[in-house]
Design a protein. Structure first.
Length: 178
């Protein structure tokens, strides 16, 4: 382990995550009752959440990926959202759920919802692992939310700081100064 690696503190542990993901999977299963759903996983941060969530959904599921950048490598949003990679499969007339890691200012998801709407899905909902209400600048309805959190920069379970910590099985935060 390199000298500059700091073990993040636990904010939400593995068991708590598993319980919420399980509950959201059940809710989605009931809401769509035997219809096919298309999950659009927002890379890279949402891929761990999406992988766990899709295995708790007892429906025919198709999986798509999008990738967009707004944060660069730092802690603060640049205010710009760039779509780096679009979906490849059909979305038109489908029940679509965007799966996001965290809604912070709401800028990313607002842009993404607009982009996906242009593809005329039958329905469009949003699932997010985390939501920071104190930071919201662009209101977006989150249909399936696992956890609301305080204004802390979090890592783990797919979320990174400068490309690191995605592999942690829990959601943690870095202490000030680290
Ligand atoms: P927004 O556009 O401000 O809502 O930012 C959303 C994106 O910023 C997320 O998809 C994350 O990639 C990143 N982000 C925001 N807050 C955090 C955090 O606490 N930890 C890690 N990434 C974050």
């Amino acid at each position: 382990m390199s000298m500059d690696y700091y073990q993040p503190e636990v904010l939400i542990n593995e068991d708590e995550i598993a319980k919420r993901v399980n509950a959201l999977g059940k809710e989605i299963t009931q809401d769509y009752a035997n219809e096919e759903v298309v999950l659009i996983c927002v890379l890279k941060g949402a891929y761990v959440f999406c992988a766990d969530l899709m295995r708790k959904i007892n429906l025919p599921v198709r999986l798509e990926f999008v990738s967009c950048s707004s944060y660069g490598d730092g802690l603060y949003s640049s205010g710009r959202v760039k779509v780096e990679m679009d979906v490849t499969g059909p979305i038109e007339n489908c029940h679509v759920i965007i799966v996001e890691d965290i809604v912070d200012t709401g800028l990313t998801i607002k842009n993404l919802v607009e982009l996906i709407q242009l593809k005329s899905p039958k329905s469009l909902k949003l699932a997010s692992l985390l939501y920071k209400p104190s930071r919201t600048r662009h209101e977006t309805k989150i249909d399936y939310l696992a956890f609301e959190i305080d204004d802390k920069f979090v890592v783990g379970y797919g979320l990174d700081y400068a490309g690191r910590y995605r592999e942690l099985p829990y959601i943690g935060f870095l202490n000030a100064g680290h």
